[in-house]
Design a protein around this ligand. Structure first.
Ligand SMILES: [Zn+2]
Length: 479
């Protein structure tokens, strides 16, 4: 069986030369991979990223921000039938990448380098378009006869090495054992299509469409200046002057209107910057901004200074920056979460918990506040209350793996082994790891601490998952 690993290039176009031998475009509807298969590849790749990628940012506030922004764009695209999940990687290089199944990664470097929220949105819109147009499936072509885990492993190997072409080649060689026939970047045709579709999303979602050409032009200039250190984004998405001109022409037909950045954009950027470098460095950066009144956003500067003061454990100073911040923008969930962290940092966990409880009443739909409530209850050792709160949250968000993981943590501390493994099983299932979910249910069966009803519920769930597993195996054999 001959295998062509065309997918490689979607994530790391190592050399421009590869862009020459372009694949047949195929048509969007005739995708080789079914949407379910794309999703499973993406889920498997995601699981590896969560486990092994040191830069994976498990920060609910950042995740909430990038998902709101991304969903605002994907919601405008009539072809976006699948779920999208946006996530962030702590990496200073400017990059964003799409994986099969609607998973889109965004480097922190992109957020920091962008000069407006519309610029970030234009990159996301382009990535979303690569997903909705099924460019990955179309590039795989008919030659691809790989199993889902093999493709996912490949995707991850390439992502892991994305900032380091030499390492990437090593990883590819190890996995593909000489089976690579060819590799290529997103073709120019795919890039044009992603630009066109992305542009529409950007416009429909109400962002500044001029940002697309501006940002890509800046990237290209940057790329020329630092040839060997060009933004990673340019390696995977070949930029041409023709593309930039095309975007600028399209933007000319749109009446210019100013689109202000959201306050979240400012706070998220301040949060990222406040976490950079040593605590002392971060403090100097934000003190300078505030003292000299040299900032893009006053709220961002005060948020960053409060966060930096927390890092150097100057809690009083941090509190007064918070007061300033509240005066500027009122009650904001990200401000309240920072307030709670400052309280907790000063040793007042009870006070921290009270802050997030009060804030959650004002901002009931902001999930990071709900997680924080549970976190503080757990830190306070109030596990039965944490379990009760989680029970309610799971009713509202039954597909949120983090909640089940938190549940497992409390059950583990309370010595309830059956319930712990049952919760872990649901967490694994939601993260697309069926075999691990089944294993957890088997552990739950053998835990020896469940009552009759709990045991029957574990048995019933196990039967369901085994049926599911059988169906998945059949589908893979048919491929
Ligand atoms: Zn692209």
């Amino acid at each position: 069986m001959r295998v062509t690993y065309l997918i490689l290039v979607l994530f790391l176009g190592t050399q421009a030369a590869w862009a020459e031998g372009l694949p047949e475009l195929g048509d969007a509807s005739g995708a080789i991979l079914s949407p379910q298969m794309e999703r499973r590849i993406g889920e498997e790749a995601m699981r590896d990223i969560r486990l092994r990628e040191p830069g994976y940012l498990d920060d609910p506030e950042l995740a909430a921000y990038i998902n709101v922004l991304g969903h605002r764009l994907s919601a405008t695209n009539p072809d976006a039938r699948q779920d999208f999940e946006f996530f962030m990687i702590r990496d200073a290089t400017i990059n964003a990448f799409a994986m099969p199944g609607g998973f889109v990664g965004v480097n922190t470097g992109l957020l920091i380098a962008a000069q407006s929220e519309s610029e970030v949105a234009s990159v996301l819109a382009h990535e979303v378009a690569h997903v909705t147009q099924h460019h990955i499936a179309r590039m795989l072509g008919k030659q691809a006869q790989m199993s889902v885990p093999n493709i996912a492993a490949l995707v991850v190997a390439i992502l892991a090495a994305r900032s380091n072409p030499q390492a990437a080649q090593g990883a590819m060689a190890a996995i593909t054992a000489g089976n690579i026939q060819s590799q290529l970047d997103y073709s120019r045709d795919f890039e044009r299509e992603a630009d066109r579709v992305g542009f529409q999303s950007l416009q429909r979602a109400g962002f500044d469409v001029h940002a697309m050409g501006t940002f890509f032009e800046r990237l290209q200039k940057f790329g020329r200046l630092y040839e060997n250190n060009a933004p990673a984004y340019l390696r995977t998405h070949p930029m041409t002057s023709e593309r930039i001109a095309d975007m600028q022409n399209r933007a000319q037909d749109v009446v210019y209107r100013q689109v202000p950045d959201s306050v979240e954009f400012q706070l998220v950027r301040a949060k990222l910057k406040s976490e950079q470098g040593s605590p002392g460095d971060a403090l100097v950066v934000f003190k300078d901004q505030v003292n000299a009144r040299r900032f893009a956003s006053e709220a961002g500067a005060h948020y960053g200074l409060a966060a930096a003061l927390l890092r150097v454990r100057e809690f009083m100073g941090a509190e007064s920056e918070l007061a300033e911040l509240r005066r500027l923008i009122g009650s904001h969930p990200m401000v309240e979460l920072l307030a709670a962290r400052i309280k907790a940092g000063a040793g007042d966990l009870k006070g921290a918990h009270e802050i997030v409880v009060a804030a959650a009443k004002q901002h009931p739909n902001y999930r990071p506040l709900s997680y924080a409530q549970v976190d503080y209850l757990q830190l306070l050792g109030r596990h039965p209350e944490a379990v009760a709160a989680l029970g309610e949250l799971i009713k509202t968000y039954p597909r949120d793996a983090r909640l089940f993981n938190l549940q497992a943590k409390s059950y583990a501390t309370m010595g309830k082994r059956l319930l712990q493994h049952q919760a872990l099983a649901e967490a694994y299932l939601l993260q697309g790891t069926l075999p691990a979910a089944i294993e957890q249910l088997q552990l739950a069966q053998r835990s020896g601490d469940g009552d009759f009803y709990q045991l029957s519920s574990v048995d019933a769930r196990l039967r369901q998952l085994r049926v599911l597993q059988l169906e998945q195996t059949k589908k893979e054999v048919q491929r």
